[in-house]
Write a protein that binds this ligand. Structure first.
Ligand code: ADE
Length: 256
């Protein structure tokens, strides 16, 4: 059964970016996930199909009204229930949410589906959030013009976790963050590019050596580029091999 993704959005066309292109486009065509959009404008009861209004208390911008959003959510839930999905979670994409990370994406990829709520304008009436939203999720400490791009980021990183989406099934298990580390560097043809050579070890055919070199690069890069991630990895405990490889990396880095 496909991963069932219902999205509440004022801009359904934006989602063609993931349903029609690349790995997610293929996953969609192959029935690995299904995306259905619900436009709150279709659930308004006024001639102008207005979905927003002025904020109580004054201030800049407009606020999305609760009713068209709630009616959209009800439709999405009804669709999911008809498919046999119970207690589907409603996730509101918002800069106030829990930061999205690899673990959260992995957790979602094990669910049968979810409902994503995309906000626009200054935000959504708080009563809708309190009564209808199960979880708020952020893709980073910056503010986007709406939740759509964030929803697509979330869907993309969930879909690539699912079996059958990537050309090589090992790709997802070797991604950055999977083992709490950044990925090692990659090289392809030609062997020499503008005077720079591919590291010899990658051409040695010795898989044990290549594995060790890659692990060392992952450790070293994480230590250099993401000290925050490195601290976590360190706190969780490193293997003896990892400790030795990192020490070697540090030595050669410092003597450069
Ligand atoms: N909507 C606006 N900004 C956002 C963010 N940083 N993450 C998720 N949804 C958002």
């Amino acid at each position: 059964m496909p991963f069932e993704c219902d999205v509440i959005t004022l801009f359904p066309e934006m989602f063609s970016a993931i349903t029609q292109y690349g790995i997610t486009g293929k996953a969609c065509k192959n029935g690995i996930f299904q995306l259905v959009t619900w436009n709150p404008r279709d659930f308004t009861h006024n001639n102008h199909r207005t979905v927003d209004d002025d904020p109580y208390g004054g201030g800049p911008g407009m606020v999305m009204m609760a009713q068209p959003l709630e009616d959209s959510i009800i439709q999405a839930k009804t669709r999911q229930i008809k498919l046999g999905l119970k207690n589907t979670r409603v996730i509101y994409l918002s800069p106030q949410g829990k930061p999205l990370d690899h673990e959260t994406a992995k957790m979602f990829s094990n669910l049968p589906g979810f409902i994503l709520l995309c906000g626009r304008y200054e935000g959504i009436d708080e009563r809708l959030i309190i009564n209808q939203v199960d979880m708020e999720l952020s893709i980073g400490d910056y503010v986007l013009s709406g939740g759509e791009l964030a929803a697509m980021v979330l869907i993309d990183c969930i879909i690539r976790q699912m079996p059958g989406t990537l050309g090589d099934p090992e790709s997802a298990t070797q991604d950055s963050f999977v083992n709490g580390l950044l990925e090692h560097p990659h090289y392809t043809r030609p062997e020499q590019y503008k005077g720079d050579c591919v590291p010899e070890i990658l051409m040695s055919g010795n898989h044990a050596h290549i594995r060790r070199w890659r692990l060392q690069q992952s450790l070293g890069r994480t230590w250099l580029k993401r000290p925050d991630l490195f601290e976590l990895k360190f706190a969780q405990g490193m293997t003896g091999e990892e400790e030795i490889l990192l020490e070697e990396f540090k030595k050669s880095y410092k003597s450069r």
